[in-house]
Design a protein around this ligand. Sequence first.
Ligand SMILES: [Zn+2]
Length: 55
Amino acid sequence: MQVTCPVCGLPVDVPDDALSGEVIEHDCGTVLEVVRDEEGVRLRPLDDIKEDWGE
Ligand SMILES: [Zn+2]
């Protein structure tokens, strides 16, 4: 399936069996996390939560 990249707005190829939490790197350089819910599949930039991990 194709999901719109929340950062650059271009379509991202997401495997139909992608699981929530799966990580996909988009051509624009953004690392996206798959979020699955009742409404379907969404993508969110992983950069948003990277700070939580610390270094
Ligand atoms: Zn993108």
